[in-house]
Design a protein around this ligand. Sequence first.
Ligand code: 3PG
Length: 210
Amino acid sequence: KTAQIDAICALAPVIPVLTFDSAAEALPIAEALVEGGLPVLEVTLRTEAALDAIQLLADKLPEARVGAGTIANPAQYKAACEAGARFIVTPGSTRELLDTGIDSDIPLLPGIQTISEMMEGLQRGYRRFKFFPASIAGGPGALKAYAGPFPDVRFCPTGGIRLESADDYLSLDNVMCVGGSWLTPADLIARQDWNAIRDLARMTVDRLSA
Ligand code: 3PG
């Protein structure tokens, strides 16, 4: 499972965190991001449209790696997998979710905010975590400190990260990639300006891979 998460997180420096109002908007937005160089997408289960959007993208955009985020219980985990999610992200770690991740073929990136939560996950065999909400849970300084006692653990920090702060995380050895919603600004979606979303993704990849 660790290798599955590593393979996904190695594909791009950023995982766009996407909350779709409708399944119809999911395809052009996802196409724009993939075209811009961001093939790993996290669709949050915060809207009614989420599962339909995951299914649609899994069918129509096989070159993307579409996962599900904001998974809060085993039922949502199962529903997201049935819709075609290739990975699962949770904002926090419950015993039930950690168990579900161990039993599932679809890998889990569990969310943690504290060392104690991380240690629970480590005990269950997890080595990769979402660090959330990164900017208020200590930011890059916290992750730098975690590397001392836990050198084998790696993170995808998410929450409050923007292009300007992404590099502070990505320059750490224990950060695989970052997650964020900044790649899909509401005004660009309202204007259906998919080209601008593609360009924002492209510029982000250029800046962060430099
Ligand atoms: C998440 O669920 O990971 C966050 O909502 C993304 O955080 P951001 O909106 O601050 O980027």
